[in-house]
Design a protein around this ligand. Structure first.
Ligand code: ARG
Length: 315
């Protein structure tokens, strides 16, 4: 499972992806997955997946990213959704523990991939979740660079009990957001924190408590609320590199809203992956997120330290 890199500069954003050679819908663990419809589509669907994946890969490298890839494995069709591999911050990786047996076979593959990244000096530390606590990586745990915190979705795949583990592991605050809509079962299907502090989210995905937490931390001017029409094309499942936002598709109105905030929107069709319940963000895992504590060379808090409750705002 040796990751290979495509060329790029050292300071470039770096992602982990897995080519969809074995991508298929052979079981159903979310409402988007229909194995019979996939089988009826025949080999053409996997071919389209490969073309669409290459389009996303190209959009990422065009935006200046380096892409590490892991070798696809037969029998693990969802391995392509690398966002779920781990939570990665400050060169530390906390490996995922999957909720369902269908994806648990991916755990040793991702562990080997991270061991290889560590051997190459791209990751310093690898940690595992304690037994019995599920956490499906960055798919449910999103780094918010403007607020210097993690947002964690819980309810369908990841356990609320993962939040204090994340806080201890990374020395940053972790806010839990209970998810209530089975179609938006991972946080990244309905939530995207942009570097400027704006947050794209679909209100229909969250419990009243979860929404209240978003409203408490994200000012009205920073909220980009999705209509259900944008939500069901997974417009929140976007990858942001600098001022470029890469997503499968979105409405003209959402494009305008993002452009008004200074972003260039790149649409690259990924609808075949939505048959598996994923899109742009799910197909990538950012490996180089850094917290400000680390950037400033300040010692991170020790486990058990009281973490600051105040929201760190942009200067
Ligand atoms: N079929 C996969 C699952 O249900 C899709 C995962 C999508 N990943 C994500 N980060 N939302 O687990």
């Amino acid at each position: 499972m040796k990751p290979h890199a495509t060329p790029g500069r050292n300071s470039s954003p770096r992602f982990l992806m897995c080519q969809p050679r074995h991508f298929a819908v052979t079981y159903s663990i979310n409402p988007w997955m229909d194995p019979r419809a996939w089988a009826a589509g025949g080999a053409a669907l996997n071919q389209t997946a490969n073309v669409q994946w290459a389009g996303l890969h190209g959009a990422l490298t065009d935006a200046g990213a380096i892409v590490e890839t892991i070798e696809p494995e037969p029998g693990l069709p969802d391995l392509v959704f690398t966002a779920n591999a781990a939570v990665v911050l400050d060169r530390k990786a906390l490996l995922a523990r999957f909720r369902y047996g269908e994806r648990q076979g991916e755990e040793p593959v991702f562990a080997a991939a991270f061991a290889a990244l560590k051997a190459r000096g791209l990751i310093d530390e690898i940690a595992a979740m304690p037994a019995g606590v599920s956490l499906e990586g960055a798919g449910d745990c999103i780094w918010d660079p403007a607020r210097q915190r993690l947002w964690m979705g819980c309810g369908f795949r990841s356990d609320t009990a993962a939040a204090p583990i994340l806080e201890r592991q990374f020395g940053v605050q972790c806010v839990t957001l209970p998810l209530i809509n089975p179609s938006f079962y991972h946080l990244d299907t309905a939530f995207c924190a942009l570097p400027c502090g704006s947050v794209i989210f679909y209100p229909g995905a969250f419990s009243a408590d979860g929404l209240a937490r978003i409203y408490e931390c994200v000012s009205p001017a920073e909220r980009i609320e999705l209509t259900s029409a944008d939500a069901v094309q997974f417009a929140a499942n976007a990858v942001c590199i600098g001022n470029t936002i890469i997503l499968s598709s979105c409405s003209a109105a959402l494009r305008r809203t993002l452009e008004e905030r200074g972003y260039a929107v790149v649409e690259t069709p990924l609808d075949v992956f939505q048959r598996g319940g994923g899109s742009a963000c799910c197909l990538t895992l950012r490996l180089d997120h850094r917290s400000r504590t680390i950037e400033a060379g300040v010692a991170p808090p020790e486990p058990g330290d009281v973490l600051p409750q105040r929201i760190v705002r942009r200067a």
